[in-house]
Design a protein around this ligand. Structure first.
Ligand SMILES: *[C@@H]1O[C@H](CO)[C@@H](O)[C@H](O)[C@H]1NC(C)=O
Ligand SMILES: *[C@@H]1O[C@H](CO)[C@@H](O)[C@H](O)[C@H]1NC(C)=O
Ligand SMILES: [Zn+2]
Length: 360
């Protein structure tokens, strides 16, 4: 016990000394590095360094930030990795110049309310190895963010608001507990790298295929059996998918029955397969009933005849060779891609490469 106190005392003096040295540079001090010094409390003298640009305090024992942090309005890089923080602190909101925030390896399980409010210049956020189970909707305040890394947490979902970070180019969410990806992912138009390895994702939204800039996709270690139609058109450079229960053998051809469509399906098919401009009834209805617009926006296209349909289909799988430009992790010769067929009639006329999937 005594040695422990002596040690703490000693380490405190060391820290103060280093800080005093920094302070002798006065308002001109730009960088402070106090890594691995067993610091348990952030030195409050930091408040006297309003011109500070970089503060590195990783590998210490800091459980919370000091209030004086709010004075560091010119700080561009803050590294508090490997400490004992339990939240993304509210004080962050005053760091209006911050570009890089490293909070990996703490015990963070929440964002304090308002923490994101002032971080409009943040470009990189690293929250790897924490205890987050969800992200607040306020992440949409991080307007400049291009790199977000939240590997090794317990995220069960991604808020759709995250998909409104227009400049995001890299999103790392390996080793979480994600079950699905919001269809709003399509709004991340600059996304180039999406890492989703080791989650519980069963279905990828077809909107993923809208990501024209996507080059690296890792979905290894999920529970995906089949990819959305159009997946093979992604311009990927690297694609990792080992450890998924993919259809790697021809599934048994389903014993289909004659179709019995609902009246709604029959009407909808008739309406949507006739060009709207020749159809005053439809034009009127679209204007007055947003519900119709919604139904129509969710229409699907038959892989055989190309006609639209709404709710009833036969699910098929098509095996396509991965595009030559894709670098793939293992000897994946064919990618199973989902295809929908509008009717039993079309099913009997399908390409021999299309297999029905038995519903269980
Ligand atoms: C922080 O800034 C406030 C004014 O913004 C000032 O009153 C205060 O003294 C500063 N804190 C320190 C520790 O210098
Ligand atoms: C997004 O990126 C563009 C191009 O790099 C840049 O001009 C723009 O300011 C960025 N937007 C935000 C909100 O940072
Ligand atoms: Zn058809």
């Amino acid at each position: 016990m005594v040695t422990f106190f002596v040690f703490c005392f000693f380490s405190k003096i060391m820290t103060e000394r280093l800080l005093i040295k920094a302070l002798s540079g006065g308002k001109n001090t730009k960088i402070i590095t106090l890594n691995g010094k067993k610091i348990t409390k952030m030195p409050s003298a930091l408040g006297k360094l309003p011109g500070l640009k970089t503060l590195a305090l990783q590998n210490n024992l800091i459980p919370k930030v000091c209030p004086e942090l709010c004075n560091l309005t010119q700080l561009t890089t803050l590294n508090l990795g490997n400490n004992l923080l339990e939240e993304v602190p509210e004080e962050m909101k005053y760091l209006v110049s911050l570009k890089n925030l490293h909070l990996a390896g703490n015990r963070i399980c929440r964002f304090a309310p308002g923490a994101c409010d002032g971080l409009q210049n943040l470009i990189l956020l690293n929250l790897n190895n924490n205890h987050l189970t969800q992200l607040p909707q306020e992440v949409n305040r991080l307007k400049s963010l291009t790199h977000m890394s939240i590997n090794f947490n317990q995220l069960a979902s991604i808020p759709r608001e995250l998909c409104f970070l227009k400049n995001l180019s890299e999103l790392q969410l390996n080793y979480n507990e994600l079950k699905c990806i919001p269809e709003e992912i399509k709004f991340l138009k600059k996304l180039q790298k999406l890492l989703l390895a080791r989650n519980n994702i069963g279905v990828l939204p077809k909107e993923l295929c809208d990501l024209k800039k996507l080059r690296i996709l890792d979905i290894a270690g999920n529970i995906i059996r089949i990819f959305p139609s159009g997946f093979q058109d992604l311009k990927l450079r690297e694609f990792y998918c080992e450890g998924n229960p993919l259809f790697l053998q021809w599934p048994e051809i389903a014993k289909q029955q004659e179709n019995v469509w609902s009246l709604q399906e029959i009407t909808s098919r008739f309406v949507i397969n006739h060009p709207a401009e020749n159809n005053p009834f439809l034009m009127d209805a679209m204007e007055w009933y947003p519900e119709i617009r919604r139904i129509i926006s969710q229409r699907k296209t038959c892989a055989v005849c190309g006609q639209y349909f709404i709710t009833t289909w036969l699910e098929c799988v098509q095996f396509v060779p991965p595009p030559k430009a894709w670098k793939i992790s293992k000897n994946l010769q064919l990618v199973p891609v989902r295809a929908l067929v509008c009717s039993y009639k079309c099913f009997t006329q399908r390409d021999p490469n299309l297999f029905g999937i038995a519903r269980v």
